[in-house]
Design a protein around this ligand. Structure first.
Ligand code: GDP
Ligand code: IMO
Ligand code: MG
Length: 457
C-alpha cells in the first residue's frame, strides 16, 4: 500500500508550499488526491499558472492539475470565503467534480471572526498577531464541544443551532469586550455566510479516511498539503505565538482519521532565509526588536515611501531586513502585512526536519539572496552566554544570541540554462544538506511554475 506524502512548511509559514504542491500536482493523475488537513483561510498559498497569480486559502493548491482535491476533517472552513475563492477560479463548474469536503470539518461563523479580531485588539502590544479569520475561536468551540461542523448543515435544526451559537458569541462580545456589531454590517456578513452554506451543500461530502484509504489501497498517490508551518504548530511551535492547529506531519492521522502507519516521510519546504508574520520570538530577525515593532506598526506603502530601494549590503541589519523583504516580496498573501525577515536558522530547521520526519527537502527562494554580497546562517544558539544545540522551552523568555556562519554569494546568474547552480550556491546547498541530513531535491529560483533547479533525478 502506498503512503500519504506530507508536504510541510518547516518555518513560520509562507515557505512556498503552494508552489511546491502545485508542482507535485502537475505530475499527478485523476485517481490521485491532494488533501488539506488543517487550518483554514488563515493560509495563503500562492501559485503562478499561465503567468497569472492565484492565492489559495482553503482549496488545495492543485486546481490546475488532474488530481482530486479534498478539504479534510481537521480543517476549519469559512463557507463564504470558500464560495468566493472557488467562484474566482476559471472553469470552476468543471473543477467542482474533483472537489470534496469532509463533514467533520468545523464551520467558522461570522462571530468567530469578530471574537478573533476584537479579542486581539484588546490585547494591545501583547497580541499574537492573528490573521483575524476566526481560526482560534472556531477551534476553541470545537474542543469545547460547541462547534458546528460541515455535516450539520444537512439537518433541519441547523439554523436553530447556528442562532444559539451566534447568540452565545454575541453575549461574550458584549460582556467581555463591551462590543456590539453594527446591525447592517452584521446582517450582510450573515447573508454571505448562508450563501456560503448553500454553496457548501452543492459540494460532494466525503469522509477523509474513506477517500484516502481507498486511494492508497489502489496504489494511488495522496499528498497532504500542510498550511502554516512547523513553528506555528499549536503544541510544537513557539507557544503562544502559534496558530490553533497541528501543522506538523504527526497531526495528519488525527486530522484525517487515517492510521499513523499510512503517513510516509515528509517533503519539508523551507526558504533560503526566514520570514514571520505576526508577533513572537524570532532569534535571527534582521534588525531585531526594531524590525519586529516596525513590521507590527507600519504599512507596506509607508515602508516603500521611506525606503524606495533598501540596500541589502547596508551596514545596518534593519535596512538589510527591509531589502530582503522587498527583494522577496515578503508581504502577507492573506493580510498584506509586512513579513519580518531574517537569516536562516539551522537549530530551528533541524528541529522541524526531525519533528516532521522530513526525508526530502525543498529550498525555496534562493534567487532572492542574489543581491547580497554575503549571507549568514545561524548554526547554533548562545543561550544566556552558553552555546547550545537545544531549543529552549520558551524562546521568548531567553536571551538568545545566534552564532553565524557566512557564505559568499554568487556574482552572476544563480543557475545556468542547463539548470546547474553557481558554485557558491551549490556550496551553500550542500552544506545545508549535510547539516540537515536530508537531500534538497528542488531549489527555487523564482516565483513562476518553471523556476526551480531539480537536483536529483
Ligand atoms: P505558502 O504559504 O507556503 O504557500 O507561501 P506563500 O505563497 O504565502 O509565499 C511564498 C511566496 O514566494 C509566493 O509569493 C510565491 O510565489 C513565492 N515563491 C515561491 N517559491 C519561490 C522561489 O523559489 N523564488 C521566488 N522569488 N519566489 C518564490
Ligand atoms: P500559510 O499557510 C504565515 C500566523 C499569524 C499569527 C499566527 C496566528 O500561508 O503559510 P491565526 O490567524 O492562525 O490565529 O494566526 O499565525 N499565521 C501565518 N503566518 N503563513 C500562514 O499560513 C499563517 N497562518 C497563520 O500571522 O502570527
Ligand atoms: Mg502563505
Amino acid at each position: 500500500m502506498s503512503q500519504v506524502i506530507p508536504v510541510i512548511g518547516l518555518q513560520w509559514g509562507d515557505e512556498g508550499k503552494g508552489k511546491g504542491v502545485a508542482q507535485i500536482a502537475a505530475g499527478l493523475g485523476q485517481n490521485d488526491l491532494v488533501v488539506r488537513f488543517q487550518g483554514g483561510n488563515n493560509a495563503g498559498h500562492t501559485i503562478y499558472h499561465d503567468g497569472k497569480q492565484y492565492v489559495f486559502h482553503l482549496l488545495p493548491s492543485a486546481a490546475f492539475g488532474k488530481a482530486s482535491m479534498h478539504m479534510g476533517g481537521g480543517m476549519v472552513i469559512n463557507p463564504s470565503a470558500l464560495r468566493e475563492e472557488s467562484l474566482a477560479i476559471p472553469g470552476f463548474e468543471e473543477l467542482k467534480n474533483r472537489i470534496s469536503v469532509s463533514p467533520h470539518a468545523v464551520l467558522i461563523l461570522p462571530t468567530h471572526q469578530l471574537i478573533d479580531s476584537i479579542s486581539e485588539s484588546s490585547l494591545g502590544a501583547k497580541k499574537i498577531g492573528s490573521t483575524g479569520k476566526g481560526i482560534g475561536p472556531s477551534y476553541t468551540d470545537f474542543v469545547w464541544r460547541k462547534a458546528l461542523r460541515v455535516g450539520d448543515i444537512f439537518y433541519n435544526d441547523f439554523k436553530e443551532r447556528y442562532d444559539g451559537l451566534r447568540d452565545n458569541h454575541l453575549r461574550i462580545l458584549q460582556k467581555d469586550y463591551d462590543y456590539e456589531p453594527d446591525k447592517n454590517d452584521f446582517a450582510e456578513k450573515e447573508k454571505k455566510f448562508f450563501e456560503g452554506i448553500e454553496f457548501l451543500k452543492t459540494l460532494v461530502m466525503k469522509n477523509s479516511a474513506d477517500i484516502i484509504e481507498e486511494a492508497l489501497s489502489k496504489g494511488n498517490k495522496v499528498v497532504a498539503e500542510g498550511a502554516q508551518g512547523t513553528l506555528l504548530d499549536v503544541r510544537w511551535g513557539n507557544y503562544p505565538y502559534v496558530t490553533s492547529s497541528h501543522t506538523v506531519s504527526g497531526g495528519i492521522p488525527s486530522a484525517l482519521g487515517v492510521q499513523p502507519a499510512c503517513i510516509g516521510g515528509a517533503i519539508g519546504i523551507f526558504k533560503a532565509y526566514v520570514t514571520k508574520v505576526g508577533e513572537g520570538p524570532f532569534p535571527t530577525e534582521l534588525g531585531g526588536e526594531k524590525s519586529a515593532v516596525w513590521c507590527r506598526d507600519q504599512k507596506a506603502e509607508y515602508e516603500k515611501e521611506k525606503y524606495p530601494k533598501a540596500d541589502p549590503n547596508s551596514s545596518d541589519p534593519f535596512e538589510q531586513g527591509i531589502a530582503l523583504r522587498q527583494m522577496g516580496s515578503e508581504f502577507g498573501a492573506t493580510t498584506g502585512r509586512l513579513r519580518r525577515t531574517g537569516w536562516l536558522d539551522l537549530p530551528l530547521l533541524k528541529y522541524a526536519v526531525k519533528v516532521n520526519n522530513a526525508t526530502e527537502l525543498v529550498m525555496a527562494k534562493l534567487d532572492v539572496l542574489s543581491g547580497f554580497k554575503e549571507i549568514k546562517v545561524c548554526t547554533a544558539y548562545k543561550v544566556n552566554g552558553k552555546e547550545t544545540n537545544k531549543i529552549p522551552f520558551d524562546l521568548s523568555r531567553e536571551k538568545i544570541e545566534p552564532v553565524y556562519k557566512s557564505f559568499r554569494v554568487w556574482k552572476g546568474e544563480l543557475a545556468d540554462k542547463a539548470g546547474k547552480l553557481a558554485p557558491e550556491a551549490l556550496e551553500y546547498v550542500k552544506y545545508l544538506e549535510s547539516v540537515l541530513g536530508a537531500p534538497i531535491t528542488f531549489v527555487g529560483t523564482g516565483p513562476e511554475e518553471q523556476d526551480f533547479v531539480r537536483r536529483y533525478w
